[in-house]
Unconditional design. Structure first.
Length: 60
């Protein structure tokens, strides 16, 4: 679970860095392939974390 959290943090940091670098060039997030891919990765990680939590044993 810690790996998923670290991966989400890394993806969000990459997205923030990309947006900061692209902001001076008339960047449109909805048309940007990098933003789109990073967003999909973050969503996949969130979905995977939810599935992992659902499958974990509950109690002794």
């Amino acid at each position: 679970m810690a790996a998923a959290s670290a991966a989400r943090h890394e993806i969000r940091a990459l997205l923030r860095a990309h947006l900061a670098a692209a902001s001076r060039h008339g960047h449109l997030t909805r048309h940007c392939s990098v933003c789109h891919r990073l967003q999909r990765l973050a969503m996949e990680l969130d979905r995977g974390a939810e599935e992992t939590e659902d499958e974990s044993p509950t109690g002794p």
